[in-house]
Design a protein around this ligand. Sequence first.
Ligand code: ZN
Length: 120
Amino acid sequence: MLYTLTYTNDGIPEGADGFTKFWFIKIRPECKRKPGHLGIIAHEQVHIQQFWLNPLWHILMYGRNKKYTIACEVEAYKMQLLYYPYSESKAGYISEDFAPSISRKTGVPAAEIVKMFGNL
Ligand SMILES: [Zn+2]
């Protein structure tokens, strides 16, 4: 999988730790010190895979089509969760962090998005 990873604050939306466009991943430098650092990278790598699966489709649909965007984000956050310590509450991350983040992006209520994560 081809991608370029850069640590920078440039071009990353407010409130986000990372951002991916085409095959470029940008991660905030302060994330290197966070325990979930590798999870953030894994999340962005999923978006790279989604891009390379069908580049034109992904460019056209991501951010424009709610259903597609939610499916992409749920897949990426599920991967990210694999990097969190077992002692942490996965349900807590989903309901307090991940679902609200997807909700802000898509306008779909967070409670509906939580259901899409299923039982982890
Ligand atoms: Zn994402």
